[in-house]
Write a protein that binds this ligand. Structure first.
Ligand code: ZN
Length: 374
C-alpha cells in the first residue's frame, strides 16, 4: 500500500494540514517562505506540495507525476541553490526569472524551490522582487530558510510564511525505523550522519556506498593516533574518494533525465540541464563531505559520553568497542578542541577551500588532540 505524500512528513501535521487545505480549496499562494532549522522537513514538504499539485489525487505517491517528483526527475520542479559562496548572485537570479517565464513542460504549473533564501543580498533580492510579487499564474515559488529573521525583509514580506519545527530525535528515529525497516541503532547512526535530516537519512540507509564512507571515517578516527603524516594524507584522499562514490548513482539518474528530455524536446532539449547537473554533483559532493564531518562530530561526542559515564545513548553504537580507548581518556576540554576543528573545517569548505585540504587539516588537528587528550 502506498501512503499519500502528506502522511510521509515527519512531525509536521499542522503544516501539512495547512498546505493540504490550500490545495483542496485552490488557495495556494504564489510565493511561500518555509522557515525552520535544518532537518525540519522544509524540502520534503515542498516536494509533497508539488506532488499534491501535479498529481490530481491529493499526492497519491504512486502515480507517474508523484513518482517523478520523488525521484527528482519532474521537469516542472526547479531547485536553485546559491552559486556564490556567500550570497545569491544577480546573474543566477536573472536566469531563474527568465526560466520562470517559460511554459511548464508536463504539468499545468511549475514550482521553484529556492534554497538558502537567507543568502539573498540587496542586489539579488532587488533583481527578484518583481517576480516574487507577481509571478506568472502558473508559477509557485517556495523559498527555504533556517529562520524568518535571517531573510532580508524585502524578500520575506512578499511571501506567505510557513514555520517548521524540528521533530524530536525519538520521533525521527521511530519514523525512520518504520519507513526503512532499519534497526534503532542503524537509524540513530543515519540521523547522526545526516544532521537529523529525515529524507537524507532514508537515502543514507539505502546507499551502501554512503554507509561504507561512514565506516571508513570511523576507521580513520579509530586508527588516527597510530598514523604517521603519510598515512593521514592517504586516509584523507581515500575518504574523499569514498565520498564521491555515491555520485555514480546520481550520474545514472541525470543521464536518464537527459535521455527523457531529448525524447520529449529533440536533441537540443537536454543541453540546458548540463550546468544544473554539474551544480547538483558539486552540491552532492559537499553534502557527502558534510556527512563525514557530522560523523566525526558524533564520534567525538560519543567518546565524551563514554568518558563522562553519563549513560546517554551513543550515536555510533555499532563501533562502541572501538571508542572505549579514547573514551577512557578524553577530557571535555580536549573534545571541545577537536569539535572546534570540525566546525572550522565546515567553515573552510563553505569558503571554497578544497575539501581534500580541509579534511587533511582536520585529521591532523584531531590527531594532535587525541595524542594529548587532556
Ligand atoms: Zn499521484
Amino acid at each position: 500500500m502506498t501512503r499519500c505524500v502528506w502522511d510521509e512528513l515527519v512531525g509536521q501535521a499542522k503544516v501539512a494540514d495547512h498546505l493540504r487545505t490550500a490545495v483542496e480549496t485552490g488557495t495556494v499562494a504564489h510565493a511561500y517562505l518555509f522557515v525552520g532549522p535544518p532537518g525540519s522537513g522544509k524540502k520534503s514538504t515542498a516536494r509533497a506540495l508539488a506532488c499534491a499539485l501535479f498529481c490530481g489525487d491529493d499526492g497519491c505517491g504512486a502515480c507517474r507525476a508523484c513518482q517523478r517528483v520523488k525521484q527528482g526527475l519532474h521537469p516542472d520542479i526547479h531547485i536553485t541553490r546559491p552559486e556564490g559562496a556567500a550570497s545569491y548572485m544577480v546573474g543566477q537570479i536573472r536566469d531563474v526569472i527568465h526560466d520562470v517565464n517559460l511554459r511548464p513542460v508536463e504539468a499545468d504549473r511549475k514550482i521553484y524551490i529556492i534554497e538558502a533564501a537567507e543568502m539573498f543580498n540587496d542586489g539579488s533580492a532587488n533583481a527578484f522582487l518583481k517576480t516574487l510579487e507577481e509571478p506568472p499564474d502558473d508559477v509557485i515559488i517556495i523559498l527555504l530558510a533556517p529562520s524568518f529573521d535571517s531573510v532580508i525583509p524585502t524578500v520575506s514580506s512578499r511571501c506567505r510564511v510557513v514555520r517548521f519545527r524540528r521533530a524530536s530525535p525519538e520521533l525521527a528515529e521511530g519514523m525512520l525505523v518504520e519507513r526503512t525497516g532499519a534497526s534503532a541503532t542503524e537509524a540513530r547512526a543515519a540521523l547522526a550522519a545526516t544532521g537529523g535530516v529525515m529524507a537524507r537519512a532514508v537515502e543514507f540507509l539505502e546507499s551502501s556506498s554512503r554507509r561504507d564512507a561512514r565506516l571508513r571515517m570511523l576507521g580513520v578516527l579509530k586508527d588516527l593516533t597510530v598514523m604517521d603524516g603519510h598515512d593521514v594524507l592517504r586516509a584523507a584522499r581515500d575518504l574523499l574518494k569514498a565520498v564521491k562514490a555515491p555520485l555514480e548513482d546520481l550520474k545514472v539518474v541525470q543521464a536518464e533525465e537527459v535521455r527523457e528530455r531529448e525524447e520529449f524536446l529533440g536533441k537540443s532539449g537536454g543541453k540546458d540541464i548540463a550546468d544544473r547537473h554539474k551544480r547538483e554533483l558539486t552540491a552532492r559532493e559537499r553534502e557527502g563531505v558534510g556527512e563525514i564531518l557530522n560523523i566525526t562530530e558524533s564520534w567525538l561526542r560519543d567518546c565524551l559520553t563514554i568518558s563522562l559515564r553519563v549513560g546517554d545513548l551513543i550515536a555510533n553504537a555499532d563501533v562502541a568497542d572501538a571508542m572505549e580507548e579514547v573514551g577512557a581518556v578524553i577530557t571535555p576540554t580536549a573534545a571541545t578542541r577537536a569539535l572546534e576543528a570540525v566546525s572550522q573545517t565546515r567553515q573552510r569548505i563553505s569558503y571554497n577551500v578544497s575539501p581534500q585540504l580541509a579534511v587533511e587539516a582536520m585529521l591532523f588537528d584531531i590527531q594532535e588532540v587525541l595524542n594529548c587528550p587532556r
